[in-house]
Design a protein around this ligand. Structure first.
Ligand code: CTP
Ligand code: CA
Length: 221
């Protein structure tokens, strides 16, 4: 029992975590998506469970499965992800936004498959609602964690997101290193605190990174 307690620093804590991409429908057979595999978010969800947390996972389309003790809610679009997050947010202690949410979605979704006609084709898009920013504005006692992927001015841009979205910390993914990013099982991250304290980690597996992020969360509790 004592051992269980020592291994369960997140016992009694409720965590809501998002993972994977969103798909924005164009017509019944097509969508706008992205290359997110969901691996980082799923690894983090399982690590939080291991540490005793009650975990709710809101997941976009992925090929991954998750431990049965995690409540998994499957969604497709950014709007569905927002609605699922709003449903549980007020009740959780920790909210982690690791999903790769589409920034834009088609204004009109064709009810029929679009036929090819002219040589060029344009789709009008409108901005999706920023889920993390929305929840940052509603924040009470939750610990809020975001992710950022940047290809230039990495730390400055991540620091701006941290502030704009009212986060406790942000995990910056580095795409510049060999072996890092969505096509890999490894990643290289930097954690930026709300007091702009910075920790850089070595290239490692997403499962090992999940432990680093989880330890950071535990240190804040
Ligand atoms: N995010 C979100 N809702 C959106 C877009 C992004 O909650 N509609 C979240 C992401 O899940 C991530 C954080 O905001 O945790 C930062 O996402 P990122 O794409 O890096 O930044 P954006 O704010 O979307 O800005 P940009 O893409 O222009 O860099
Ligand atoms: Ca974005």
């Amino acid at each position: 029992d004592r051992q269980l307690k020592e291994n369960s620093p997140l016992k009694g804590k409720k965590v809501l975590i998002t993972a994977g991409p969103t798909y924005e429908a164009i017509d019944p057979v097509r969508f706008i998506g992205n290359h997110s595999s969901g691996k980082m978010g799923y690894a983090l969800a399982e690590e939080l469970l291991k540490n005793g947390a009650d975990v709710i996972l809101v997941s976009g389309p992925t090929s991954l499965s998750i431990n049965q003790s995690i409540k998994k809610i499957e969604i497709t679009s950014a709007k569905e992800m927002l609605d699922a997050c709003l449903k549980y947010y007020d009740d959780v202690d920790i909210f982690i936004m690791s999903a790769a949410v589409a920034d834009y979605t088609p204004i009109n979704v064709s009810s029929q498959k679009i036929k090819k006609q002219s040589d060029t084709f344009e789709i009008a898009l409108t901005k999706t609602q920023d889920i993390l920013k929305t929840l940052g504005e509603k924040k009470k006692n939750q610990i809020l964690i975001g992710f950022a992927l940047e290809t230039q001015n990495e730390e400055q841009n991540a620091a701006e997101k941290l502030k704009k979205k009212n986060l406790d910390f942000i995990v910056l993914n580095s795409l510049n290193d060999e072996g890092a990013g969505f096509k890999h099982d490894t990643n290289k991250i930097t954690i930026l605190d709300k007091d702009l304290h910075k920790t850089t980690f070595n290239l490692k597996s997403k499962k090992e990174i999940a432990k680093d992020i989880c330890n950071k969360i535990i240190s804040l509790i």
